[in-house]
Design a protein around this ligand. Structure first.
Ligand code: GLU
Length: 425
């Protein structure tokens, strides 16, 4: 019997991820008991986080951490700071983490967390106080063998450093393995900060190979989002000879018909934080960027940015989902029906981040650290192999790359759950 879902999960992204799961489960003829267990998270924590603002007043915000599934190993997933974060969204993202880790064969489960706040207007000290109080509130829910947070939208390695320090202060000794994506100086991994963007590019290279094409100066790219993922992907692609026509952030998009000078964009960002006002390019909206005539489109910002209307007007040949859930369910259907755009789904395209998080975690546990070339090479091996497996499966079963990825990930969890058996029996 299929139970009605709790209203607490009610959220567009949760519905989208749920629908994807149901479609994949149906194609897999998934065991009914496993289906009922996997469609909802294992557990969720909602905390109120009071923290002092610089003016002396105290603000109280909502924080979340959701554990979706830990059949294969400790829960793993990012922490996001964004004004739209809520329980349903975090639960959906936790579920995606379960499929993502399984798909690339990591011995980790799926989790996600976040705080419902726009961090942009906050000062560094305010973010620090909020992060430390949030960490102490979720202290009993996380642990280096239990649940290991990492950065996500709106958080960065400094936030991870504060989480690590707070957790270590509570427990009385340094516990770097409590988070990944932390600065190298306190036990972070070389190559972690650029890993997600690099992984996106490794997948693009595999996709081009599968289409008997190569990457060259004719390969044009547009990237929505110029944060950690988008900027690293842009740099890597430009280094390989591709031309990045357009990038964007929350303030604006910038476009140059011969390709942007990314060094100049980078130094502008360092000085001005946002793209707005960048002089050597035309400014375009985020919607216009998504509809540009380019070979490769990389949505690397928020979820649900490619709507049905935008999907009908897409002029790219390939989409590599740097962000989680950037294509709505209706848009996904439009794109599948068009049959002229190759989609590398989020759970595969952006898995480079969690793969190198796994490397960081095991380097920390062994107190033995690798060179950056080793990190990049091992990540490339894992993600390229995953791409090839998914691509082959999608060809054999005549399903989309997304469906193939989900089917393979879900099937792995399901087999592991059946092997472990049911408690208490
Ligand atoms: N937040 C990233 C993701 O969505 C990374 C998670 C991690 O490294 O644990 O995959």
């Amino acid at each position: 019997m299929v139970e009605k879902l709790q209203a607490e999960w009610d959220n567009d992204l949760f519905t989208q991820v749920q629908q994807q799961f149901e479609n994949a489960a149906q194609k897999l003829s998934l065991d009914e008991n496993i289906f009922n267990r996997l469609r909802v998270p294992d557990k969720a924590l909602l905390v109120s986080v009071p923290f002092r603002l610089d003016d002396g007043s105290i603000r109280v915000v909502s924080g979340y951490r959701v554990h979706h599934n830990d059949t294969l190993g400790p829960y793993k997933g990012g922490i996001r700071y964004h004004e739209k974060v809520n329980l349903g969204e975090v639960a959906a993202l936790a579920m995606l983490m379960t499929w993502k880790c399984a798909l690339v064969n990591l011995p980790l489960g799926g989790a996600k967390g976040g705080i419902q706040i726009d961090p942009n207007p906050l000062s560094r000290n305010e973010i620090q106080r909020m992060t430390r109080r949030f960490t102490s509130e979720i202290n009993n829910f996380i642990g280096p063998d239990v649940d290991i947070p990492a950065p996500d939208m709106g958080t960065n390695e400094q936030v991870m450093a504060w989480m690590m320090d707070t957790y270590s202060q509570i427990h009385g000794y340094a516990i770097p393995e409590i988070v990944t994506g932390k600065p190298v100086i306190i036990g972070g991994s070389l190559g972690r900060s650029k890993a997600t963007g690099r992984g996106v590019v490794y997948c693009i290279l595999e996709a081009l190979k599968a289409m008997h094409q190569t990457l060259d100066t004719q390969t044009t790219v547009a990237i929505q989002g110029y944060g950690n993922v988008g900027s690293a992907a842009a740099e890597e692609l430009a280094g390989l000879g591709a031309r990045v026509f357009a990038v964007s952030d929350v303030t604006t998009g910038i476009y140059h018909e011969e390709g942007l000078d990314l060094n100049k964009v980078q130094s502008w960002i360092q000085k001005n934080r946002f793209l707005e006002g960048f002089p050597e390019a035309q400014s375009i909206s985020n919607e216009e960027l998504l509809q540009l005539q380019v070979k490769i489109l990389i949505p690397a910002a928020a979820e649900d940015v490619i709507t049905k209307e935008i999907a009908q007007n897409l002029k790219c040949e390939m989409i590599a989902e740097g962000a989680n859930g950037p294509i709505t369910l209706e848009a996904d259907k439009v794109i599948n029906d068009r049959e002229d755009i190759f989609v590398i789904p989020d759970v595969l395209a952006n898995a480079g981040g969690v793969i190198v998080s796994y490397f960081e975690w095991i380097q920390g546990l062994q107190n033995f650290f690798w060179k950056e070339v080793e990190v990049n090479q091992r990540m490339n091996e894992i993600i390229s192999h995953a791409f090839q497996t998914i691509y082959q499966f999608s060809q054999d079963k005549k399903v989309t790359m997304r469906m193939a990825a989900l089917m393979l990930g879900i099937d792995k969890i399901s087999r592991a759950m059946l092997t472990r058996g049911f408690f208490p029996g």
